[in-house]
Design a protein around this ligand. Structure first.
Ligand SMILES: *Cc1c(COP(=O)(O)O)cnc(C)c1O
Length: 500
């Protein structure tokens, strides 16, 4: 007889095993540099008919309880209740909008008007609950690298949360003006923001290095601090993101857009591979998802990977108009690599060692076969802008530059494959967050115009109100002025924590 094992968490690289969910969330990144994975992906134990009428919060509970097995029902429900409340500007939390035959799953109705709010509204609650459960009395220092949206969403979640500090590193010339203002005006005595003279990969690599710096961590521990992560390397980011794919499927059924058992596709604008990986987890849980369409911008390292089986980050880093996807080292791909290798942590560790030493690795034909659910595509700025313009003029629906990458790649996918399954496009940001680029797409060159003038023009043109998140920063004072180079990140953290 097979012994039934409780779900636990282990590193993709084999160095740590047997952690509870709360321990994995608290730690963030495994000690061997790997990412935590559950020992199995549980199957959803509810029928479509049961799921269809559920609220977002109830769906969240039903999905998350299967992964967060050491949280009590009361703990988990309390976290969910505090996260998905009136901070969101719609009771639906993640509404589906049908435009031009596609279902846009709007994930930008939270406080910072980007999809990062979906997980980062709840992560602080999951983490402080985890700290209590594990009798942690040290102050938790959240170290975060951001390509523009994670930083603000994480700070909005952790600001003034007792027992936590948050330090955010963003690429100095790699975020939109609204993204930068959102971060630099952040309130909360426990928040710090640092502009890096480098790109997102420099920031993310620097943060990962600090996580692996045993000497520094010991020094911090002496002073009562311990690190954790709010990046999507934290499994506590990934699990809440599965919820909206389950919810979208249930709502499509409830609204009679799909029949029971009908497969859907999802198209996701991808950077760090966290959002699309959550969709893959939803599929593994039993949601009938057909293809996972992985959409990249000009930094098309994932497109090349799915086309050739070789991941190669040795290329020019391109600054695009979808900056939150400007990433060459997609951290969460490691979780797919691990799964595709049949959960062989040695294979995973070998490939990641090659990535670190040579900047590239090649997967086996069997692993490629195991990834056939994914279809990679990319769209350059011309295609991205063309998609924004076309959908706006055809339907009046205005989308942001990231969502449009996925929308454009989805059209290419249909053209190439003829696949007519209904498709959900993850809509990851409000167009107001990238007003200049969106206005350029629909109305031509906007040089010389002020960002907020463009925002007001967009509001008039699209007949939609300027979101609260944007109004807030119009006149907010700048509170953060720190800058450093990637190799000064350690000193910067020490200085912020007052231990240098
Ligand atoms: C973070 C982000 C993405 C990319 O998501 P990943 O989970 O990193 O793949 C896409 N669009 C927007 C607006 C984002 O903020």
């Amino acid at each position: 007889m097979e012994e039934i094992m409780a779900l636990s968490y282990q590193s993709t690289r084999g160095g740590q095993k047997g952690l509870t969910a709360s321990q994995a969330i608290l730690q963030g990144l495994a000690a061997d540099g790997g990412l935590f994975m559950p020992t199995e992906i549980p199957k959803l134990d509810l029928s479509l008919e049961e799921l269809a009428p559920m609220s977002y919060q109830e769906t969240a509970y039903q999905v998350m309880k299967l992964f967060l097995t050491d949280y009590t029902e009361e703990e988990l429900r309390s976290c969910i209740q505090k996260a998905y409340d009136a901070k969101f500007d719609t009771e639906e939390i993640a509404p589906l909008v049908k435009a031009g035959g596609v279902y846009y799953l709007e994930l930008f109705h939270g406080k910072t008007i980007a999809f990062k709010d979906m997980a980062l509204s709840i992560l602080p609650h999951l983490m402080t609950t985890a700290a209590k459960k594990n009798q942690v009395d040290q102050e938790i220092v959240i170290l975060t690298a951001t390509s523009g949206d994670t930083g603000k969403a994480a700070m909005a979640g952790f600001a003034d949360v007792p027992g936590t500090r948050i330090i955010v590193f963003y690429p100095k010339n790699g975020v939109s003006p609204v993204q930068e203002l959102q971060m630099r005006t952040q309130k909360g005595d426990n928040t710090a923001v640092v502009a890096i003279e480098g790109n997102f990969d420099d920031a993310q690599t620097g943060v990962k290095k600090l996580f692996g710096d045993e000497e520094f961590k010991a020094r911090l521990a002496e002073r009562g601090f311990q690190f954790s992560s709010a990046n999507s390397i934290n499994i506590g980011r990934l699990i809440p993101q599965i919820v909206y794919y389950v919810y979208a499927w249930a709502k499509l059924f409830e609204n009679r857009e799909i029949a029971a058992g009908e497969e859907i596709n999802v198209a996701v604008p991808t950077g760090n591979f966290g959002n699309i990986l959550a969709a893959y987890f939803a599929k593994k849980m039993g949601i009938p998802i057909g293809k996972l369409i992985c959409a990249s911008n000009d930094n098309k390292v994932l497109y090349d990977f799915f086309a050739t089986g070789t991941y190669d980050k040795n290329r020019e880093f391109i600054l695009t108009k979808s900056p939150s996807m400007d990433i060459l080292i997609s951290s969460n791909l490691e979780r797919l690599i691990y799964l595709s290798a049949g959960c062989d942590s040695q294979e995973d560790a070998d490939l990641m060692a090659q990535l670190s030493s040579q900047g590239r690795y090649q997967v086996t034909p069997q692993m490629r076969k195991n990834m056939e659910d994914f279809w990679g595509g990319f769209a350059d700025w011309e295609e991205d802008a063309g998609e924004i313009r076309r959908v706006f003029s055809d339907t009046g629906y205005l989308m942001d530059t990231h969502t449009a990458v996925a929308s454009a790649v989805y059209r290419k996918y249909v053209k190439e494959t003829g696949d007519s399954r209904k498709t959900v496009v993850a809509s990851t940001a409000s167009p107001y967050k990238f007003a200049r680029s969106v206005m350029e797409a629909i109305a031509g060159n906007q040089d010389g115009k002020d960002e907020f003038a463009l925002i007001d023009e967009m509001s008039a043109l699209s007949a939609t109100p300027v979101p609260e998140a944007v109004e807030e920063i119009r006149s907010a004072p700048i509170r953060h002025n720190r800058e450093c180079s990637p190799d000064q990140m350690k000193e910067e953290v020490a200085s912020i924590l007052g231990i240098s």
